[in-house]
Design a protein around this ligand. Structure first.
Ligand code: ADP
Ligand code: MG
Length: 475
């Protein structure tokens, strides 16, 4: 009997069926159609991008085992996403296979080599002097401007990004620094700029890299005595995108090397794009000369999106995934998840998944349950005991020292911080906070809160304490 896509897939299915819940099998595997088999690559058709992501996230191991069993070690899986109404962009997921256009239905193909999932920078160091080298840009085409929804919260950053993409190195936005809180789209915009530049100027060398990876590469190059090659490599790039530069904090070697690379690129009219979770003024332990460079160009802040923007982000995501959901549910979710777009998307995905697992309609009830989980996770109530513990740990003292009657300055400060956070993070009254933190009265607590407020606006070091502790307490 000859081996066909159908026969291979049938065998995979019978193996998969034995290894997962019947409901999950029905939901995630029955809708898949085997399409073709070329060499050792099996193409399967899935109904949406969401579907593909779900398979990759939850069943990639199982799929791998099944496929290797059938086709051997060189087996590969190619996803074909076929859906009605695809939003916006013309780009397929990978550059490999262009999307086919059949009567308004768009197919996207994703070629997933079954072994290494995230391709590393293939050629981190290239011998200097060769101008025509190709590098892997490390860009994610799923992050583009078309699917980055505009709102008041991101208008400046988005349009500055587009301006830079139109004329890399040719605007006054150099460097372009995008900053803002977690999950607000910094990484998305950073990729979108790179993707757009590659689209318009295919010959330009664009590189996206996280500050963390840049740092690792640098350390590695020092170890291997190839620091110069490292610098030369980065000096060849036309558009350098570094994500999360706050990671450079306190790393003086990396800052130094980046400073030199930056100057070289800037002098040669090359574009630099940076993202950070803080505004330059608030960055700690970054050298002044580097901070002043950051300010040469434009710093654009991403703020939390307003309700309308959140609704459009959700609707757009549903549309792209080919999923329908009643308006009141979309609005309910957008109303309650406010501060982080990643969480907003997470809630929607979890909602879709739950409803398709249980074959239930998405109801307001279900939405409430899902939203509650997300909101609870972010707003866990902390106790006064816990606050005292965290503050004393931070200053490396015992809780009893923190509560003691001593007037030593650093202990008084720690105590005042504990009171301040107790006021901020709990619903306890001033009197009750005082009695739990070393038996003080309510006036002492009030005074503590005022002192902390004052000090954090006048004293940089003190502000750092407040920020660090806020982070620790909000985890
Ligand atoms: P950050 O890097 O700031 O932590 P990300 O860029 O990773 O945030 O964004 C988190 C998620 O939210 C991503 O999936 C991104 O696509 C999405 N997102 C953020 N802002 C928008 C927007 N304006 N429109 C569409 N998607 C957005
Ligand atoms: Mg990011």
């Amino acid at each position: 009997m000859s081996v066909t896509a159908q026969s291979v897939w049938d065998n995979c299915l019978s193996f998969i069926k034995d290894n997962i819940q019947p409901q999950a099998y029905k939901t995630w595997f029955e809708p898949i159609k085997p399409v073709k088999l070329t060499n050792k690559a099996l193409s399967i058709q899935v109904p949406s991008k969401f579907f593909y992501e779900w398979l990759e996230e939850h069943y990639v191991k199982l799929l791998k085992v099944a496929l290797v069993k059938e086709l051997g070690n060189t087996a590969r899986l190619v996803y074909i996403i076929k859906m009605e109404n695809t939003y916006g962009n013309k780009k397929p997921f990978t550059e490999k296979i262009p999307s086919a256009n059949r009567s308004g239905v768009r197919a996207q193909e994703i070629d997933v080599p079954i072994k290494n999932k995230s391709p590393e920078l293939k050629n981190p160091f290239i011998i200097p002097g060769i101008r025509n080298v190709k590098i892997e840009s490390q860009l994610n085409p799923n992050y583009n401007f078309d699917n980055f929804l505009e709102g008041d919260s991101n208008r400046l950053a988005r349009s500055a990004g587009m301006a830079v993409a139109n004329k890399p190195g040719g605007t006054s936005f150099n460097p372009l620094l995008i900053f803002g809180g977690v999950g607000l789209g910094k990484t998305h915009i950073a990729h979108a700029i790179g993707v757009d530049i590659k689209d318009k100027y295919p010959e330009k060398m664009v590189l996206y890299i996280s500050a963390e990876k840049f740092t690792q590469q640098y350390i590695e190059s020092v170890k291997k005595n190839t620091r110069n090659d490292f610098i030369h490599f980065y000096q060849l790039i036309d558009v350098l995108i570094i994500d999360d530069v706050q990671f450079f904090s306190g790393k003086s070697g990396t800052q130094d090397v980046f400073f030199h690379i930056f100057n070289h690129l800037h002098q040669n009219g090359k574009q630099v794009i940076l993202t950070s979770d803080k505004a330059p003024v608030d960055m700690q332990d970054i050298e002044q000369r580097l901070l002043s460079r950051f300010k040469w160009g434009l710093s654009a802040e991403l703020q939390t999106p307003d309700f309308e923007t959140r609704v459009s982000i959700v609707k757009n995501k549903l549309y792209r995934d080919g999923v329908e959901m009643p308006n009141d549910i979309v609005e309910y979710v957008a109303k309650h998840i406010k501060s982080n777009v990643r969480e907003l998307e997470g809630a929607i995905i979890s909602l879709i998944a739950q409803s398709s697992f249980n074959k239930k309609e998405v109801t307001i009830e279900l939405a409430k349950q899902v939203v509650e989980k997300f909101v609870k996770n972010t707003k866990r109530e902390v106790s006064i005991d816990y606050i005292q513990k965290v503050v004393s740990d931070y200053f490396q003292m015992d809780v009893s020292t923190l509560q003691s009657k001593t007037r030593k300055r650093h202990i008084v400060q720690a105590r005042q911080l504990a009171m301040f956070f107790a006021k901020k993070f709990t619903k306890a009254s001033l009197a009750s906070i005082g009695s739990q933190i070393g038996k003080r009265d309510h006036a002492t607590v009030l005074h503590a809160c005022k002192t902390v407020d004052n000090l954090s606006s006048t004293d940089k070091q003190f502000r750092k304490y407040v920020e660090d502790l806020t982070k620790k307490l909000s985890l």
